[in-house]
Design a protein around this ligand. Structure first.
Ligand code: SF4
Length: 227
């Protein structure tokens, strides 16, 4: 009989990583016997996030290499309201706010930048993107769901991906009445992940990325190209 595994709080990136390939997710996140080393693009993304965080939190001037992003950061820095910078939000399985490290944390998310206007019952939540522009609004939906739980006064949450290289923003607005739609989008997906933990079953999902991009070695997955 297989021993059930304890599922940690889920995040959007963890969920999508599981959905891409449960076996890859298992070896990187659960067994931790494979390491997903960040490539140059991911390292650059982390560096840029830190520059933008320092700019918004402390007013630190952006370095020359990213000074062109000032026009995207300044409106947030200058907006009236409470600034949110690398802001962590966690909820329990009843969708009540809880501490990030709390035992009952069920879902967690970090908003890169935002402005909370409590008097207007409104928030703007943004995610910096250093990669190529693509459509994936589910992450924005999750931000809104977490924010509605954390700030009961919010009626409207405007979310957006800020595509730094392309100087574009993809926005999506959510209303408090969208809460059940938001969570119903995620629940069946999270339940699949919960079942995988319960049964300790993380099957492979081979794709065109296996051979050249998977860090799981071949002796653990037959589809891998990594020795
Ligand atoms: S090689 Fe492919 S199928 Fe195997 S773990 Fe990696 S991504 Fe999944």
């Amino acid at each position: 009989m297989t021993t059930p595994l304890q599922m940690p709080p889920w995040s959007y990136s963890g969920l999508t990583s599981f959905e891409t390939c449960p076996k890859r997710y298992y070896h990187i996140k659960v067994a931790k016997d494979a390491i997903d080393n960040p490539g140059e693009a991911a390292k650059w993304g982390s560096t840029v996030h830190k520059y933008l965080e320092d700019r918004l939190r402390d007013g630190t001037r952006l370095p020359v290499s990213v000074r062109g992003y000032e026009g995207l950061v300044a409106p947030i820095a200058n907006a009236p309201g409470e600034k949110l910078v690398e802001h962590q939000m966690a909820v329990n399985s009843s969708l009540k706010p809880t501490e990030w490290t709390s035992q009952d944390a069920w879902c967690r998310g970090i908003v890169d930048a935002g402005v909370l206007s409590r008097s207007l019952n409104k928030a703007v939540l943004l995610d910096w993107k250093t990669g190529k522009r693509k459509a994936d609004n589910d992450q924005l939906m999750l931000f809104a769901g977490l924010a509605f739980s954390h700030y009961p006064e919010l009626q409207i949450v405007q979310t957006g991906f800020v595509w730094l290289k392309e100087n574009k923003i993809d926005k999506q607005t959510f209303k408090r009445e969208d809460i059940s739609t938001i969570w119903m989008t995620f629940l069946p997906r999270v339940q699949r992940m919960e079942r995988a933990y319960e049964k300790a079953e993380f099957p492979p999902n081979p794709s065109g990325l296996c051979r050249n991009y998977c860090p799981v070695p071949k002796h653990k997955c037959e589809f891998s190209g990594k020795q």
